[in-house]
Design a protein around this ligand. Sequence first.
Ligand SMILES: [Fe+2]
Length: 381
Amino acid sequence: MEKSFNFIGSGKLLFGRGKFSEISTLTELSNCLLLCGHSFLKTHQYKIMDNLVKFQFIISGEPDPESVDRITSEVKNKITAVIAIGGGSVLDAGKAVAAMCCAEGSVEDYLEGVGTLVATGKTLPVIAVPTTAGTGSEATKNAVICRRGKSGYKKSLRHDNYIPPFIIMDPELYINCPPPIMSSCGMDAFCQLLESYISTKATDFTDLLAWNGLTIFIEYFLNLCKGISKNTETMGKIAFAAYLSGITLANAGLGTVHGIAGPMGGFFDIPHGTACGTLLPEVLKKTIDRLYSENPGEHLNKLNKLGTYIINHHKTKAQKKPAYAVYDLINKWLVELEIPGLSQFGITESDGEKIALASGNKNNPIQFSTEEIREIINRSL
Ligand SMILES: [Fe+2]
């Protein structure tokens, strides 16, 4: 082991088909708040919740400060735990409400880069039940809160204690996710795995997990989304890889793609996974180009190893610079899964500078100038 590191894992995980039925064995659950999406109300799993739930709210779209504050004010001091069942937005809403039930003021006061107060880490227990394989929020220590518009933002409420202590991953709850959402969410998870794999903060531990998740995606993602191997076994593999992405990002951080996608998602109504997937090829290509010319070493070796895995797995022609096979694969996914470019969401060349100025560039093995980030955005339109 070359580097010393700290590592923070996830909560207790129940994983597998049918595991949702074991929810009441996780911990003593009564007087819970249930947050979920509309689609969950139609499932047979919803009926199990009857005697656990005291309050219930539907979450649609990314949580804004007002919705978190409104729910918190209705349930504060009346619930013992939060059960969040849905995509990343529902899970983030659940984590934020659980924390704000143990804090004073508005959630906005505690958001990084927005508020002036520091998150205390006090929280009610959260049972995270993801139904999309994307953000990995079930394993992360932050809740993303979004405000849209001219002074829009996407900022985090963050503390190590906000990692949900209980997780249920049941592939039956993911399998009916509409294909475009599955594709978009998956691009987010893949991006998180790749960015944490080549992060300047990566460790032997995160590398192990990120490599595992990346190879699962390379083998199964396209066929799952295209319906060629749409079954709970394959779904479980991709759900597991997305969960790994949450652990790796919580420990190794993310890179330039997320640094751009964050502010972009505050200014424009674009699904987070679509923003990440669309930006990823250009960020990656520029990173590989610059690593070859300026800093061939550890990070380039990792990308070449991943590219070689792709070449061998897909039995494609060997390349002198195998790292570019990663770039080729992502472009192939974007085309085959018909993931739209940024311009489909009203983003134009004239928005590039504003987004670039607000973008972050942490943890990427290459640091880009604002001008280079503007170029990346323009090439991703
Ligand atoms: Fe993400």
